[in-house]
Design a protein. Structure first.
Ligand code: FES
Length: 160
């Protein structure tokens, strides 16, 4: 187990360790390793970033720089149900922006927040590949298309 800068410890699963071993020697691989870390934990915790710095020799400040630059990377744990509202062109033109605002209002959260019961977080995503159904929202593996704001309360209710 590697001791991080903060004195706490985190054990990466073997699959993630193997991925980092393979990629750390390749130039420009930090983003790949961060993606894999987020795929494993759902977000990039401070501990995970510290551990990645130790394993790769990449300065922690650079890792934080990349994590905070790209909106895709999350620094806090997402809700149990990840609500993703598509803001790709087709969905945006059909009111995706209003949907994301309404979803956050209904759940009483702001950007990067999780509901107090830990159930929901709401994030924008790029085109999810079903533009014909715009505007689209996904929750876990479920896709909701041709969505209107008035449908949201009932949908969220199913996940409570
Ligand atoms: S733009 Fe939303 S699914 Fe393509």
């Amino acid at each position: 187990m590697t001791q991080t800068q903060s004195g706490e410890a985190i054990e990466f699963p073997p699959e993630l360790l193997a991925f980092i071993e393979e990629w750390k020697v390749k130039p420009g691989s930090l983003i790949m390793m961060l993606h894999k870390t987020q795929e494993t934990y759902g977000f990039i915790s401070r501990l995970a970033a510290e551990k990645l710095a130790i394993l790769t020799g990449i300065p922690l400040a650079r890792i934080y720089g990349v994590v905070t630059f790209y909106h895709f990377f999350k620094t806090s744990k997402p809700g149990k149900h990840k609500v993703s509202v598509c803001l790709g062109t087709a969905c945006y033109l059909k009111g995706g922006g209003d949907l994301i605002e309404e979803a956050r209002d209904l759940l009483k959260i702001k950007e990067d927040e999780v509901t107090t019961d830990g159930l929901f977080s709401v994030d924008p995503v790029r085109c999810v590949g079903c533009c014909g159904l715009a505007p689209v929202m996904t929750i876990g593996n479920e896709t909701y298309g041709k969505l209107t704001k008035s449908q949201l309360p009932k949908i969220f209710e199913k996940y409570k």
